[in-house]
Design a protein around this ligand. Structure first.
Ligand code: SAM
Ligand code: TMP
Length: 415
């Protein structure tokens, strides 16, 4: 079985019958399941992309999930190192960790979801014993080629026990854009307790729920993201397992994320005022009220209407339209808004493994960004708005020759 359906009322994390569905984006293919030309005739796997809010523990979660091993495998499409912005971001994070978190060179450092080694390679420069945990074999292998120590498995409590037997306790467990990928966060918290030193720290960075709601970034909602985090919900989750958030930091990457720092309840680390401040902001924004999510869902539907209207208007004017970036978010936008080859001729992308394939569900051909400006499309709809700055800067020639970009965040417009 690849699709796990919840009893729609039961929260996956706290088991309370308090889960309220608030947004249904319809049947959806796997966001990163790009297709070969031979696969176009096959029936694609789809699942119902529906999101709920737990009124008891405040976590926002997918109601139906696709099993992790169908998403994270030897053909995982996302190589973290494609973005130079992210590379700089991780260099800054490694530097901060080195100065503020490391305290004992004999203790280990574990990165969950180390992908192609973008952060692990930098941590290795500062720490002695670094271990990457990465279930997707292809990206894990890219990291190993750089000489990094990577275990190609899902992080869970049995692996945590093995790690604690083989290595010294962890002074740091870090995971960027991976916490939201882990279906059983109670198991994750249990695993943290096993590997962490008593004064050890965990750091996670994930897309931030309030940013998703403010920007109407419904395209952050897809199969790989089982959860959408507020500090409020994370605090409840970790407290249940004897863990404490001691600092939080909003960061700009991936369209607005939150970096959280945590430790064991008994740790000597004091709790920073940033935690109290962020909890107050969330309270003020109604993060614990179902009504906030219902308002968001209404606005998402309006956002779809105005995007579809804009793209049809340009098409009716006889303009040529393409997509830019065959992203996972793009799969959600294209399928939810019903945008296919009637509107977009191609989707341009700089990932070699995606070129020559077709977008999931909507079957638009993916081609190399090398030919983007010389093909001279009139409009390019950015399907990875989180990378917009980098893309616009890179494609100066396209703009110089009169090409225009379209975005749908925070509203549909030509930029
Ligand atoms: N950390 C990188 C970054 O921020 O660019 C990669 C993020 S990528 C979106 C998520 C990664 O987490 C994937 O490489 C995936 O294979 C890995 N992953 C998913 N579930 C995991 C789990 N339970 N344990 C460890 N890694 C996992
Ligand atoms: P993601 O949002 O699923 O990570 O995908 C982002 C996609 O954007 C990825 O396939 C690569 C593509 N991309 C470009 O084509 N050009 C760029 O400059 C950047 C930053 C990303």
């Amino acid at each position: 079985m690849n699709e796990i359906s919840l009893n729609k009322k039961i929260c996956r994390l706290c088991d309370a019958p308090s889960l309220q569905s608030f947004l249904d984006l319809g049947r959806m293919p796997i966001a990163n399941a790009f297709l070969t030309s031979e696969q176009l005739k096959d029936t694609e796997f789809t699942f119902n992309l529906e999101v709920g809010f737990c009124e008891k523990c405040f976590i926002v979660q997918l109601i139906d999930m696709v099993e992790p091993n169908k998403l994270f495998h030897e053909n995982y499409a996302y190589f973290s190192s494609i973005s130079s912005v992210m590379d700089n971001h991780f260099a800054d994070l490694a530097n901060e960790i080195n100065t503020e978190i490391f305290y004992d060179p004999t203790l280990s450092v574990i990165e969950i979801g180390s992908n192609d080694g973008i952060l692990l390679s930098k941590l290795t420069g500062y720490a002695l014993n670094t271990i990457g945990i990465e279930p997707s074999a292809n990206v894990a292998s890219a990291a190993r080629k750089q000489g990094l120590n990577v275990i190609s498995r899902f992080f869970d409590s049995s692996l945590a026990v093995e790690l604690s037997e083989k290595y010294n306790a962890a002074q740091l467990v870090v995971g960027t854009n991976v916490l939201c990928h882990i279906p059983d966060l109670n198991e994750l918290a249990k695993s943290l307790n096993i590997v962490l030193d008593d004064e050890g720290v965990f750091i996670f960075e994930d897309p931030y729920l309030l940013e998703i709601m403010h920007k109407l970034a419904y395209d952050q909602i897809y199969d790989e993201h089982y959860y959408y985090f507020s500090v409020t919900a994370l605090q409840v989750l970790f407290a249940r397992h004897g863990l404490r958030l001691f600092k939080v930091e909003p960061i700009s990457v991936h369209g607005g994320s939150m970096r959280i720092y945590g430790c064991k309840l008994s740790s000597k680390r004091s709790t920073d005022e940033s935690v109290v401040r962020q909890l107050a902001i969330e309270d003020e924004q109604g993060i614990s009220n179902l009504s906030s999510y219902l308002v968001f869902a209404d606005k998402v539907q309006q956002s779809r209407s105005s995007l579809v209207e804009l793209l049809h208007k340009l098409k009716d004017e006889g303009k040529s339209l393409v997509g830019y970036a065959a992203s996972s978010k793009g799969t959600v936008i294209l399928n939810y808004c019903g945008i296919n080859t009637d509107i977009l001729d191609y989707v341009y992308d700089n990932t070699p493994s995606k070129q020559g394939l077709y977008t999931p569900g909507t079957h638009i051909p993916i081609v190399s960004t090398d030919n983007f400006s010389s093909d001279k499309p009139d409009y390019a709809f950015i399907l990875a708005w989180n990378h917009m700055e980098e893309i616009v800067a890179k494609e100066e020639e396209f703009r110089n020759q009169g090409g225009k970009f379209v975005t749908h965040i925070p509203e549909a417009r030509v930029v």
